[in-house]
Design a protein around this ligand. Structure first.
Ligand code: FAD
Length: 491
């Protein structure tokens, strides 16, 4: 809801939450006592400082230096694109900064994590001197204009005082705790803005009168008047507008279901009493994170763009707010690891490393659950999902085979594999929800409008979205050569 209401504002608590998780797990008890209560209460905010001009996707290139100085370190360097790096909403800002201790090994094995407060904290908890960290400038961006994206300078004078988190050289590992949570959260931003775009577009389409939609499409809900097929009526009656809205709605429902399923797995992974259940759930949650992040954000951008199309020219004009949704959601495929990086993570770490074990376990569960669904009004969604699961299984097998024999060849189909996963997992969850909806309708629920709408969007997804899984499977299984074999000089 926060991301849908105002993405720029939502980023501030999101990053604070990520920093809190890293503190809870790895920071020394005295630092937890000093910083955590104020961060949890929201009195102070947190940031994540990874990116440098030469170190974006490739964090091995980080150059910010940390020099030991008694009990703490002094940091020197520049960070760019730091979200909420500076502001005056709160009295202090706690920066989590990746830096290299002098003499540390090169590459990712020599990166440590530091706590660098904007204001140093006195032993009694009051704020002391201003630390040697400052915001050099604020970027001008395509969207999320209310979020200050800062260039941060550390140690322009005596060095910014920083406290190490955990052990030296394990910073990236700790940062991944924040990044995993942040990637799931950014995935949610994708569908939150898709939901916003859908609500804006649906409201617009219910009131904008243009043309004469066919009489059969006339039941439009809310208080709008009915079309007759002969007089002008709201555009929501036009089949093409309905198609656009159903595309937006069904994808958003699929993405939300997938993200909630991933979050559920992570909760089970953290809390279940049985260790083997915890391990399996954690592996499944880890597998799903790049899919939630990559797929929901890519689709968020596409859906926000469809939202503008539903508005017609007024979507391109700022007053409707549809354009802002597209500008805001555009960043979500880039920060917290671009879609390319999510694809690498999905294939290299999550599927490649365990030779598909977590993916095949998921596919087995999906098949078993789909086959057990009752033959109800939702049967079309079940059939389409089963076909998609078979496509994803064959593609996973093919990808693993090519990764084994020619690692490069996997790369050409990566984006398609991630998208295939997103479409099929979403289709499986929508088929399950459609079966529940059909059952409730048969049981004469009082909420039949809601369940009928669920059934319709699952039916649409089965008919109009799931067939794309077949095309994506073909790309994954045989489309890599045109990418891998093309010399960069020929582009
Ligand atoms: C508004 C905004 C807010 C941000 N907030 C923060 C923040 O709070 N903290 C922070 O530390 N950073 C932040 N960032 C930085 C952000 O995380 C990086 O921009 C992002 O990780 C990409 O790095 P880059 O911009 O250097 O792009 P590059 O790494 O140069 O990537 C350019 C293109 O190359 C592709 N590419 C690069 N390497 C590979 C690879 N190995 N395999 C396949 N494709 C690859 C990418 O996918 C991309 O398409 C923010 C950025 C923006 C714009």
């Amino acid at each position: 809801m926060w991301a849908g209401a105002n993405l720029a504002f939502k980023l501030c608590p999101m990053l604070t939450q990520g920093a809190i998780e890293a503190f809870e797990q790895y920071a020394a008890p005295e630092h937890q006592q000093t910083f955590l209560p104020k961060m949890v209460s929201g009195e102070w905010t947190g940031t994540m400082n990874l990116t440098e001009p030469q170190a974006g996707s490739d964090l091995a290139q980080i150059r910010t230096r940390a020099v030991p100085d008694g009990k703490h370190y002094r940091l020197f360097g520049q960070k760019i694109f730091i979200t909420y790096g500076e502001h005056d909403f709160t009295s202090n800002i706690v920066h989590m900064v990746l830096a290299r201790i002098d003499g540390a090994p090169p590459g990712v094995r020599g990166i440590s994590l530091f706590i660098v407060p904007k204001f140093l904290v006195n032993p009694d908890g009051s704020l002391g001197e201003r630390n040697d960290v400052k915001c050099a400038s604020i970027e001008h961006k395509l969207g999320i204009h209310a979020s200050p994206t800062c260039v941060m300078m550390y140690g322009e004078q005596q060095g910014a005082i920083g406290y190490i988190v955990g052990e030296p050289n394990r910073g990236l590992e700790y940062m991944f705790v924040m990044m995993n949570a942040a990637r799931l959260s950014v995935g949610m931003e994708g569908y939150a803005l898709a939901e916003r775009a859908f609500q804006q577009a649906a409201d617009w389409a219910r009131t904008r009168v243009q043309g004469k939609p066919p009489a059969t499409a006339a039941r439009i809900g809310r208080s709008a008047s009915m079309g007759t097929g002969t007089s002008p009526a709201p555009i929501i009656g036009h089949p093409d507008v309905k198609r656009m809205l159903l595309t937006m709605k069904s994808y958003t429902e699929a993405m939300r279901a997938t993200a909630l399923y991933a979050a559920f797995q992570l909760d089970v992974g953290a809390q279940h009493a049985d260790e083997s259940v915890r391990t399996a759930a954690q592996a499944r949650g880890d597998l799903l994170i790049p899919i939630v992040k990559g797929f929901s954000t890519e689709m968020g951008v596409e859906i926000a763009s469809i939202g503008i199309q539903v508005h017609g020219g007024m979507g391109y004009i700022e007053e409707t707010g549809a354009a802002q949704t597209l500008r805001d959601v555009r960043i979500t495929t880039i920060y917290e690891g671009t879609t390319g990086i999510q694809s690498n993570d999905l294939i290299g770490r999550k599927v490649g490393r365990d030779r598909g074990a977590a993916m095949f376990a998921l596919l087995d569960d999906m098949t078993r659950e789909l086959e057990a669904l009752p033959a109800t009004a939702a049967a079309s969604a079940t059939t389409a999902a089963l076909t998609g699961v078979a496509d994803l299984r064959a593609s996973t097998e093919s990808l693993l085979q090519s990764l084994g024999s020619a690692p490069d060849r996997g790369d050409g189909g990566l984006g398609s594999y991630l998208r295939l996963c997103g479409i099929v997992i979403g289709g499986w969850l929508l088929a399950k929800s459609a079966a529940i909806a059909a059952e409730r309708i048969a049981g004469q629920t009082t909420d039949s409008e809601f369940f009928s709408a669920k059934l319709r969007s699952a039916h649409f997804y089965a008919e109009q979205i799931m067939p794309m899984a077949g095309a994506l499977a073909r790309i994954v299984q045989s489309g890599a050569a045109s990418v891998v074999e093309t010399d960069a000089a020929h582009i």
